[in-house]
Ligand binder design. Structure first.
Ligand SMILES: NC(=O)c1ccc[n+]([C@@H]2O[C@H](COP(=O)([O-])OP(=O)(O)OC[C@H]3O[C@@H](n4cnc5c(N)ncnc54)[C@H](O)[C@@H]3O)[C@@H](O)[C@H]2O)c1
Length: 254
């Protein structure tokens, strides 16, 4: 308890899945959390749940593609105190389409949320944190490192998150800004995103394929990612910047 006591965090994509689990864990460890998402009802319910469990949270409707809404998110979170944690996590799921058939509009839609959104978060977090310090974690994917067929737009966007993270970490380290910046790379984790994959391919087939592809032979839980994010943003990660941390049941070790 108390590993991020009295710190202020923004968690994007906080209405469900990995964002929700991380918002709940950060709040349980003492942070005040502004969770943001385009899914308003679910996000408000997560914030209400944290508050009624004795934590401190608020929800703000926030589309990560819109820069003015990032300014509003940092201003709202600052009502809790100086913001020192950003979990830059909102993302859209991979669409399984061969590269030769991807519409440019679809390609751009992946880039808009997954990489433009991550960029805007890092940009505004550096501005907010460069005096008093902080830690940023962005959610990439195993597909931001390894190649996979049929998910070209998603992979490109998540690969961008990986290298943007390293560039930003170096850019902050160089002038001595007290900001650490890392990425997490989930494997197959049980969230709404995975549910939509199952709808596309059938539950039994999808689970079989994903467990077979994972050395630990099981699908991960959102809490597995939340624990990794907590490690990176708390003092436990104070000497860690610019890394890509797989949380993937061994997928990337193959
Ligand atoms: N679940 C997995 O297996 C897995 C694996 C690798 C990476 N990821 C990544 O993890 C992150 C979280 O996904 P999840 O698995 O929790 O799925 P999820 O669908 O449960 O959560 C994603 C959240 O992002 C929100 N969102 C989408 N577009 C947004 C926008 N423009 N602005 C603000 N919020 C927006 C959604 O409303 C949703 O609440 C994503 O970046 C995803 O790519 C997930």
């Amino acid at each position: 308890m108390g590993r991020v006591a009295d710190r202020v965090a923004i968690v994007t994509g906080g209405s469900s899945g990995l964002g929700r689990a991380t918002a709940e864990l950060l709040a349980a460890e003492g942070a005040s959390v502004l969770l943001t998402d385009v899914a308003e009802e679910a996000g408000q319910a997560v914030a209400d749940g944290i508050n009624s469990a004795g934590g401190k949270a608020a929800f703000l409707a926030h589309d990560v593609v819109v820069e003015a809404q990032w300014e509003a998110a940092f201003a709202r979170a600052a009502e809790f105190g100086p913001v020192s944690i950003l979990f830059n996590n909102a993302g859209v799921r991979p669409k399984t389409v061969p590269l030769e058939d991807i519409d440019l509009a679809d390609w751009r839609a992946h880039m808009a949320v997954n990489i433009d959104g991550a960029f805007l978060g890092i940009k505004h977090a550096i501005r907010a944190m460069k005096q008093h310090g902080g830690a940023i974690v962005s959610t990439s994917s195993i597909y931001g490192i390894a190649g996979a067929a049929m998910v070209g737009a998603y992979s490109a966007s998540k690969g961008g998150v990986r290298t943007l993270t390293k560039a930003a970490a170096m850019e902050c380290a160089s002038p001595g800004y007290p900001i650490r910046i890392n990425s997490v790379h989930p494997g197959f984790i049980e969230t709404g995103m995975l549910d939509s994959v199952m709808e596309e391919f059938g539950e039994a087939t999808s689970i079989k394929r994903m467990t077979r592809a994972t050395p630990l032979r099981r699908i991960g839980e959102p809490r597995d990612i939340a624990e990794a994010v907590l490690y990176l943003v708390a003092d436990s990660g104070k000497y860690v910047t610019g890394i890509e941390l797989p949380v993937d049941g061994g997928f990337l070790a193959q």
